[in-house]
Design a protein around this ligand. Structure first.
Ligand SMILES: Nc1ncnc2c1ncn2[C@@H]1O[C@H](COP(=O)(O)OP(=O)(O)OP(=O)(O)O)[C@@H](O)[C@H]1O
Ligand SMILES: [Mg+2]
Length: 317
């Protein structure tokens, strides 16, 4: 069953005369009990997509399209309704835990505030709940009076997970939850997230640079390039037989450890290339790719690929 359906999502930032098209025609459906990985080069719009779903974008942003959750378009809900949904039904673990945690409040205060706000709990009850979820993520509840700087990177990430999971949301968006962690810590964070998400039948959007992590955790993978999803397929299919020329190079250049940039210049999001945004770097480029923007086409195996190679070189739009 479908949990969240994103239709034709577009996110633009205006700064002066410049318009940054950070997300363009994003169509993505997240099913119940599904983990979807979002991968792609730095700056391609992964975090913006996560923040757009949480309706957490800054004032200078123009968002269009639909984000349907339980029959309602999140983009048309009032801020009050959104505040109820955020954290409780859909929550996000932001990309950088050090920046996301407030340095002047103890971690216990920061977590218990979530319970006090959403469940209108007394401080005392909220602290009991906080102790429980700290324990759940492997942090000794005795440490709840300590401040963020007293915790290691991996522990801060556990605290972020505790906050994200506080209400067992139906959808968790985890933005680079293993970035900068050493291999052992990374493994324990993956195991923790996997166990919590799977045992509670939640869905997750996992944004990562790390294919190892994506392979271990995800059911499907969406590959992003220059603000667009250019390939969407089950994880085993995409790794065994990547369809889009960009995914092919990305995986070829791949180190097991993570994604590296591929050769050629990353496209500007304020003036992206005409036609297919990948065409200046594509080894299979055809005339049509320079002129027309490809839709997502289905391949024989059911993978969705934004590439004219899968449309017999003919535009169907
Ligand atoms: N507030 C903003 N105003 C203008 N441009 C922005 C703003 N926030 C993000 N951008 C731009 O939007 C684009 C996408 O950013 P985003 O943070 O989603 O990238 P990302 O794929 O998450 O990259 P990384 O892998 O490095 O985290 C970038 O080019 C970024 O510079
Ligand atoms: Mg990011």
């Amino acid at each position: 069953m479908s949990l969240l359906k994103i239709e034709r999502l577009r996110v633009l930032f205006r700064s002066g005369n410049r318009i940054v098209k950070a997300n363009n025609s994003i169509d993505l459906e997240v099913m119940e009990n599904e983990i979807i990985g979002i991968i792609g080069e730095t700056g391609c719009g992964k975090s913006i997509l996560g923040r757009a779903i949480m309706t957490l974008l800054s004032e200078n942003t123009e968002v269009s399209g639909k984000i349907i959750y339980k029959g309602e378009d999140l983009l048309s809900l009032s801020e009050n309704k959104l505040r109820d949904i955020r954290g409780k039904n859909i929550s996000i673990i932001l990309q950088n835990p050090s920046a996301a945690l407030n340095p002047v409040f103890s971690i216990g205060d920061q977590i218990s505030e979530v319970f006090q706000y959403h469940d209108k709990m007394s401080k005392q009850n909220a602290e009991i709940k906080t102790a429980g979820i700290l324990e759940m993520v492997g942090i000794d509840p005795c440490r709840m009076r300590e401040f963020p700087h007293q915790f290691s990177g991996g522990m801060k990430q556990r605290i972020m997970i505790a906050m994200g999971m506080a209400f067992s949301p139906e959808l968790l968006i985890a933005d680079e939850p293993t970035k900068g962690l050493d291999p052992d810590t990374k493994k324990s964070i993956i195991n923790l997230l996997n166990r919590l998400v799977r045992s509670r039948n939640m869905s997750m959007i996992l944004i990562t640079h790390d294919l190892d992590v994506a392979e271990k955790m995800c059911d499907r993978i969406a590959v992003m390039y220059a603000g667009e999803i250019i390939e969407l397929a089950p994880v085993c299919d995409i790794l065994a037989e990547p369809g889009h020329p960009y995914t092919q190079v990305l995986l070829r250049s791949l180190p097991k450890k993570g994604l590296r940039s591929i050769s050629g210049e990353s496209p500007s999001l304020s003036s992206p290339p005409s036609g297919c945004r990948f065409h200046p770097r594509c080894e299979y480029v055809m005339d049509i790719c320079k002129q027309e923007h490809p839709e997502l086409f289905f391949t024989d195996t059911g993978t969705e690929v934004r590439c004219f190679l899968y449309n017999g070189g003919q535009d169907q739009s």
